[in-house]
Write a protein that binds this ligand. Structure first.
Ligand SMILES: [Zn+2]
Length: 424
């Protein structure tokens, strides 16, 4: 029995691997030789282990030498036990080998063998074994190329930040600021873990426009540049979602924050549609409703920006908000730049009211833009380096919806035909 199992495995394995008529014949011959050898060994073992007297062993030896087999005596029966299995095993081996060959003759498909249900487990091992063998002893010392490093975003040769969506040979496949696909043959990978600043609007989307013609998109960019410079001076690597006055869709802004694993993501805006006069700058900060860290980030920036601007003698206006949150009916954060950077601590800053003539004139001053930017940077640095709580939190619920005001499309929603991609 044990011999048949071994024979079956040897034959079965050999046939599966070789799968050739000639090879099968060779296998059968090999099996016959092996079994014959085994039979001789079995035969000798039977004789040696037989509980016979020395006299009987001598007779057996004599009979064998004289070629006499099976004369009906006890002795001959004993020797017969050692002989008949030899012939039986040879026959069984041939039958088993041929049966195994036949069993493996399953119908072929154009792509090769049709796996049998019973081969499911074996085929899994058969797939794994060659791979493991190749890993252990690579043929001809040829190593597969290393996989490309995971780069979430690159800086184009013209200074445009773009999220990477794949590789095209040695080139980068990127999503342009307006969300179109492009291939860059030369670009600089951006490091992960930076602060990401998001100057709101841009290009075709000016955001709110002040009575003095000041465009929110340009103001946001100028303030963000000052904030980024201050952060870099303090040793914090900073990436801006846009470095120039071009359109940028919201999906890619969030994609950059997520892909770059931003330590903090702050979308920089200026407000419109004031409600009432205020003794202090009417700055608003929106945080992720379910994130205590986002709330703290917003509170610290609020604290810094109000402290920086309140020194100016300006008739401030406000909408009544300080640091707050706003959600949709389904509980998601309302504002895209707070909602979409999932997993990233994000805040939306509305630093002052560009729609208020007095504030618009103040904000047009490059020095004030620097003051604003550096205040934003200080809030972020305190968030990253302290456990300060921040301030300005509005108690009693979220900001109620307000009618949209200002000129131009708000938000730069992505996919809009008007979006003007810069040269990459
Ligand atoms: Zn805005």
């Amino acid at each position: 029995m044990g011999g048949e199992v071994v024979v079956g495995e040897v034959v079965g394995t050999a046939v599966v691997v070789v799968d050739d008529v000639v090879a099968v014949v060779v296998v059968v011959v090999v099996v016959v030789v092996v079994v014959a050898s085994m039979a001789v060994v079995v035969d000798a073992a039977v004789v040696l282990s037989s509980p016979l007297s020395q006299e009987t062993r001598s007779r057996i030896g004599t009979n064998q030498r004289q070629g006499r087999v099976g004369d009906g005596s006890t002795v001959c029966d004993t020797t017969g036990v050692g002989r008949r299995p030899v012939v039986g095993l040879l026959v069984l081996a041939l039958v088993a080998a041929l049966a195994t060959c036949s069993a493996n003759r399953e119908p072929r498909t154009a792509s090769g063998w049709t796996p049998r249900a019973a081969d499911t487990e074996l085929s899994a091992g058969a797939v794994l074994l060659p791979a493991e063998a190749e890993v252990a002893t690579p043929p001809d010392t040829v190593q597969p190329p290393a996989p490309p490093p995971t780069v979430p975003a690159v800086l184009s040769s013209t200074g445009i930040v773009t999220p990477v969506i794949g590789r095209d040979g040695d080139a980068w496949k990127v999503s342009t600021p307006c969300g179109r696909e492009a291939v860059l043959t030369s670009a600089t990978p951006l490091p992960t873990g930076p602060v990401v600043l998001d100057p709101g609007h841009g290009g075709y989307d000016p955001g709110a426009v002040g009575p003095n013609g000041l465009r929110e998109s340009e103001l946001n960019l100028a303030v963000s540049r000052h904030a980024a410079a201050a952060l870099e001076r303090a040793g914090f690597t900073t990436v801006m979602t846009r470095n120039d006055d071009h359109g940028m869709n919201l999906v890619n802004r969030a994609r950059l924050a997520i892909g770059l694993e931003a330590k903090a993501f702050v979308s920089v805006h200026h407000n419109a549609a004031s409600w009432a006069p205020s003794a202090i700058p009417g700055s608003e900060m929106y945080h992720q409703e379910k994130s205590a860290e986002s709330k703290r980030l917003a509170g610290l920036i609020y604290e810094e920006i109000v402290a920086a601007l309140r020194v100016y003698d300006v008739p401030w206006v406000t909408s009544g908000a300080g640091v707050t949150w706003r959600t949709k009916a389904n509980g998601d954060d309302w504002y895209a730049m707070v909602n979409q950077p999932r997993g990233v601590t994000a805040a939306l800053a509305e630093l002052a009211f560009i729609s208020n003539p007095a504030e618009a004139d103040l904000l047009a001053d490059p020095e004030v833009q620097r003051v604003e930017g550096e205040a934003v940077a200080r809030g972020i640095i305190r968030f990253l380096t302290t456990s300060d709580a921040g301030s300005g939190y509005v108690e009693g619920g979220q900001m109620p919806p307000r009618p949209r005001t200002g000129t131009g499309p708000r938000g730069g929603g992505g996919g809009w035909d008007e979006c003007d991609d810069p040269v990459l």
